[in-house]
Write a protein that binds this ligand. Sequence first.
Ligand SMILES: Nc1ncnc2c1ncn2[C@@H]1O[C@H](COP(=O)(O)OP(=O)(O)OP(=O)(O)O)[C@@H](O)[C@H]1O
Length: 261
Amino acid sequence: MKWFKGKVKKAMTNYNMVSDGDRVAVGLSGGKDSMALLHALHLIRREVPVNYHLHAIFVNPGWPMDVDTMAGFCEQRGIPFTNKITDIGEIVFNDRREKNPCALCANLRRGAINNTARDLGLNKLALGHHLDDAIETFFMSLIFTGQFRTFAPVTFMDRSGITLIRPLIYVTGKTVETFVERQGLPVVKSLCPVNGKTKREEMKGLVDSLNERYPELKTRFLTALQTLDSQNLWPPMVDRQWRHGSTGTGEEVTGVPYIGE
Ligand SMILES: Nc1ncnc2c1ncn2[C@@H]1O[C@H](COP(=O)(O)OP(=O)(O)OP(=O)(O)O)[C@@H](O)[C@H]1O
């Protein structure tokens, strides 16, 4: 537990996630990641020299969930809990009949949680994304949209004025699982109709198999994210015109394309 809390504290201090007086919403889905996050942030509160307030928010998509377990979990720790009832399930599966429902669902959920946090006067929002999520997001962006990108540990959302923080960014999914087991934390099963059949699950399979083959992969990935060397990536294209005359290096460019142009 000490090791786990240490990793969370390190992420919090390295990225300046929480300051004195912050009012932190914690997105609680009932899953292991957000249960572990809330528990860790609660324990850490007693050990750090800054005072922060916690408030758990569950965005209820409208399908049956064991909300009582979540409410009880928060009550035991003296953390206020808001069950924000929405019609996200209805919109995604009945009104729109989305072919790819996860993106719409995530969008609606994001809007609902931001609005709820803002209405409650909270200024930060902590989510349970961990290192595996960052790596899976990287591969998802690369494979499906051709971009090198993933989410950041801290993001300011200017529309809501809320700062998003991800204190589990230094720990893997397996570590979170072990923490949840050892701490005896309850986990609420999601009854989402597409559970386990998403593109993200596919990426999880890919990262797991790569990790089996290269056991240092996740550590190396974290190092790469923290020491991004953009000098060794391609520079942006300057323009698409043939250039004539001096290049500034004394050479003449006479309409010969550079390789790769
Ligand atoms: N219905 C929800 N209400 C509030 N917060 C949510 C909800 N769903 C997800 N979140 C937040 O967003 C984070 C990432 O969501 P995602 O759907 O990727 O879940 P996950 O990785 O399975 O996490 P968890 O184990 O917490 O469900 C969660 O850890 C949680 O903090």
